[in-house]
Design a protein. Structure first.
Length: 230
């Protein structure tokens, strides 16, 4: 499975999506900072599963409709930062979709996530990540889960990785930095958290109109998760 995650920088990079999906043969597309009133129902063979409704800058998940079927969705309004309370850019910071593989009957969860900006503390972002992963297990208890997006966590990622492992997940960074706008804040912001998946690689794709570079996650279900869903 090939999953693209992209922070559109206030929807500026939305015009790139069809080419991005086609060029990289994406099966799933997870967006952050999208104007959800101005996104199409389909992009390059991918169907919109769901988009958040309460955000000024929202989340969306698309999936390849000839391969998967959406059988459930869930969004989450996590603990707010001061930035959220004053400027109100995002009420819902996680959007999860439960997908059914038409060919082999397996189910799994893919989610788009956008943590609070750098004005917040790392401790708040860790709380948001923990809450999001817990909520996804409510969507599909025990199902393989892949949460991708903008974690806004450029430093002390080793500590975050340990906290995520304590919750039963693995944190995977891309092969090169994903944010380039400000010199002193450049680094890895966009990555993947997974359980029940083998992450083959996470590739940073060429930069477009956004200050974030899109990432491409290539992943397989683990052998333990390979049997058809009951």
């Amino acid at each position: 499975m090939r999953v693209i995650s992209y922070n559109l920088r206030k929807h500026r990079a939305a015009t790139e999506l069809a080419e991005l999906v086609d060029r990289n043969a994406a099966d799933v597309l997870c967006l952050q900072e999208a104007d959800t009133t101005d996104i199409p129902p389909a992009i390059g063979g991918l169907r919109l599963a769901e988009a958040t409704q309460r955000n000024r800058l929202g989340l969306a998940v698309y999936f390849r409709e000839n391969t998967f079927r959406s059988v459930g969705v869930r969004s989450l309004a996590v603990k707010k930062s001061l930035h959220d309370r004053v400027l109100k850019p995002a009420e819902e910071r996680m959007l999860g979709v439960r997908l059914y593989d038409i060919d082999d009957g397996r189910e799994f969860i893919v989610a788009s996530f956008h943590a609070a900006p750098l004005t917040a503390l790392n401790s708040l972002r860790r709380h948001q990540i923990r809450a999001a992963l817990t909520e996804l297990q409510e969507l599909g208890p025990g199902l393989p889960t892949l949460m991708v997006g903008d974690y806004n966590y450029p430093v002390f990622k080793e500590n975050l990785g340990q906290k995520v492992r304590e919750q039963g997940y693995e944190l995977t960074l891309s092969d090169s930095r994903t944010y380039t706008r400000y010199r002193f804040f450049r680094g890895h912001y966009d990555f993947a958290t997974s359980s029940g998946f083998t992450i083959q690689k996470v590739t940073t794709l060429p930069q477009g109109l956004s200050d974030h570079l899109p990432i491409l996650i290539t992943a397989d279900l683990t052998a333990e998760a390979a049997s058809p869903a009951a």
